[in-house]
Design a binder for this molecule. Structure first.
Ligand SMILES: *[C@@H]1O[C@H](CO)[C@@H](O)[C@H](O)[C@H]1NC(C)=O
Ligand SMILES: *[C@@H]1O[C@H](CO)[C@@H](O)[C@H](O)[C@H]1NC(C)=O
Ligand SMILES: *[C@@H]1O[C@H](CO)[C@@H](O)[C@H](O)[C@H]1NC(C)=O
Ligand SMILES: *[C@@H]1O[C@H](CO)[C@@H](O)[C@H](O)[C@H]1NC(C)=O
Ligand SMILES: *[C@@H]1O[C@H](CO)[C@@H](O)[C@H](O)[C@H]1NC(C)=O
Ligand SMILES: *[C@@H]1O[C@H](CO)[C@@H](O)[C@H](O)[C@H]1NC(C)=O
Length: 529
């Protein structure tokens, strides 16, 4: 994925080759990209600031934590909760696209500069009854590639093993899960004899009041108290957008004679950067806007997710906690085991596929990205995120593009680390001796080290420190401390799902997510691929 990004950086401005100054900039960029410090100096790319319209990209490292697995560590269990891959627009947004197309076609005008392409621009959707809402081929490709990548990254599934994944019930999530499995297992698809296939997709009923409650991948949909707060997300982002878009429309109208863009057109045009790129590789809308205009566009999305589904919604943690608790219970028993009274042992790599709005509650339940360490005067101005002014402070971690991009995800990794063992450097210097017929080797005059278990959290690949629990290698959290953190302070802060959601007395209401460890309870069906 990093390679694709590098290409994007270099291609992004078609005018780059024109001026000598830009040639110099390009050379400088090229040098930075091959230097070991390149991650610290990313070239501005609108596709990495498009919030939920961003294609997947690895988020930059936060808090200076190295993304690589710390030396001496091996992941033995991991869990992911992911948004589906890139899709076509929702029907509502698509109406906006059609309105813009009609506006461009239904007037006589002259467009110059970056807008000169609009008279001949066409909609990137050509099968309206089937495309909107569904996964695009880009999304399918991303899912397949992630499957390939995670198999290599962890090596947790032996050839010939079965592998099960879980998904929310909408078609785009199911399709993401299926393409992921195909990439992960990469063993052909036995259409004529499906019993030979090794992958199972368990599709969960989408939750709503009176169905599966917290035992689903869309628990917030069955929490009435949560829904009372979600409108604050769009209200706050609308307020922010209203304060910035007129200025952008005015600037762009300078390139038009006979046509006037207004504030709503600006939003549609910015959405078409990410979507146009994902559907057909068209980046022309990306080239229209300036850096500050992209950061404002992104910040409006940040406000929407922070107040709608994230830490700014006081019920958010309640709806994210069941997933966090279910995974931490499995981390407590370790791979190959199940929880007390469990009837199913999930694979060591647990993959769960859902929608954008179900990702920020996990951040809330884990107590992340809602406070800053460091100077306390600045703390107030970062969280809760201010509505009237964009926060550019690099300590602001809550960014929609790093969390709910297509394929946005949170991962928890359980890892065994040898502490105090010979370093790679020592192994190279002192030599590793092997004894006949005994697998492995040892280093002379170096301590054996002690194996301990740690937990790491990542969002779109970037490790995130757990507040107050960073004593492990690479700022990981010792397993016992992690379990304590989830079972005590985060449990208290999140509260009981049934109680807080106002579901006491509602038939069948449950506060726990059990589907990972319970065989068919009638709410799921499995498909083999
Ligand atoms: C196109 O322009 C005509 C005449 O100006 C107007 O009546 C019509 O509503 C416009 N259609 C759209 C889709 O904007
Ligand atoms: C994999 O699953 C299939 C279908 O459920 C089953 O028949 C088979 O025994 C399983 N294989 C392994 C290696 O567990
Ligand atoms: C849930 O079921 C109860 C009892 O059948 C019913 O009164 C209520 O309207 C249902 N709620 C929803 C949101 O469907
Ligand atoms: C912008 O113009 C479109 C039609 O061109 C119209 O539908 C929309 O309501 C306008 N928005 C604002 C904020 O004026
Ligand atoms: C996030 O911070 C705000 C402001 O300090 C606080 O009111 C809210 O409860 C926090 N959210 C979570 C999920 O901890
Ligand atoms: C397991 O089942 C037993 C017997 O029904 C029950 O007493 C116990 O509380 C259950 N444990 C959990 C963690 O649900």
């Amino acid at each position: 994925m990093a390679q694709t990004l590098t290409k994007n950086h270099l291609r992004w401005d078609p005018a780059l080759a024109m001026s000598p100054l830009r040639v110099l900039t390009l050379l400088l960029v090229a040098v930075l990209l091959v230097s070991p410090y390149s991650t610290a100096t990313r070239v501005f790319n609108p596709l990495e600031h498009s919030g939920p319209a961003s294609p997947y990209f690895d988020a930059p490292s936060q808090s200076n934590i190295n993304t690589d697995l710390p030396e001496g560590c091996t992941v033995d269990q991991a869990a992911y909760i992911l948004r589906h891959g890139a899709r076509y627009p929702e029907p509502g947004s698509f109406n906006g696209w059609k309105g813009l197309f009609a506006k461009f076609q239904n007037a006589t005008y002259t467009a110059r500069g970056p807008l000169s392409f609009i008279p001949a621009w066409t909609l990137p959707v050509d099968d309206e009854p089937h495309q909107p809402l569904f996964l695009s081929s880009t999304g399918a490709g991303e899912a397949f590639r992630l499957g390939v990548e995670l198999r290599k990254r962890y090596g947790l599934t032996k050839g010939g093993s079965n592998f099960t994944v879980w998904t929310a019930g909408q078609q785009r999530c199911i399709d993401t899960a299926v393409y992921f499995l195909r990439g992960y297992l990469s063993q052909g698809n036995y259409v004529s004899d499906p019993s030979l296939n090794r992958g199972t997709v368990i599709t969960l009923v989408d939750s709503s009041v009176n169905t599966t409650f917290a035992d689903s991948l869309t628990p917030s949909a069955s929490c009435p108290a949560y829904s009372e707060f979600t409108p604050a997300g769009s209200a706050n982002s609308d307020k922010f957008r209203a304060s910035v878009r007129d200025k952008v429309a005015k600037r762009l109208n300078g390139f038009l004679e006979g046509l006037m863009l207004n504030a709503s057109d600006i939003g549609v045009m910015q959405d078409l950067c990410g979507f146009g790129f994902e559907v057909s590789g068209d980046k022309r809308f990306c080239d229209i806007f300036q850096e500050a205009e992209w950061l404002d566009y992104e910040y409006a999305h940040d406000l929407n997710y922070y107040y709608g589904a994230g830490p700014g919604n006081p019920i958010s943690a309640t709806t994210g906690y069941p997933w966090v608790k279910a995974i931490s219970d499995l981390f407590a028993v370790g791979p190959g085991e199940t929880v007390e009274n469990g009837t199913l042992i999930p694979p060591p790599l647990i993959m769960t596929f859902t929608h954008d709005n179900n990702i920020p509650p996990i951040i809330s339940a884990l107590g992340l990205w809602n406070s800053t360490t460091g100077s306390s005067e600045k703390e107030e101005t970062i969280y809760p995120l201010p509505i009237t002014k964009r926060v550019d402070d690099p300590r602001r971690m809550f960014r929609s593009s790093y969390l709910v991009s297509f394929f946005g995800n949170i991962a928890l990794e359980r890892m065994k680390c040898v502490i105090g063992g010979p370093t790679l450097e020592e192994q190279r210097e002192k030599g590793v001796s092997h004894q006949a017929n005994i697998f492995g080797g040892s280093v002379n005059n170096a301590g054996m080290g002690k194996s301990k278990v740690f937990v790491r959290v990542r969002a779109n690949n970037a490790p995130i420190p757990i507040p107050g629990c960073v004593s492990g290698p690479g700022m990981t959290c010792p397993l016992e401390e992690f379990l304590d953190y989830v079972n005590r302070p985060r449990k208290v802060a999140s509260g009981d799902f049934v109680d807080i959601c106002g579901l006491n007395g509602v038939q069948g209401a449950v506060s726990e997510m059990k589907f990972l460890t319970t065989t068919g309870d009638g709410t799921t069906f499995a498909g083999i691929v």
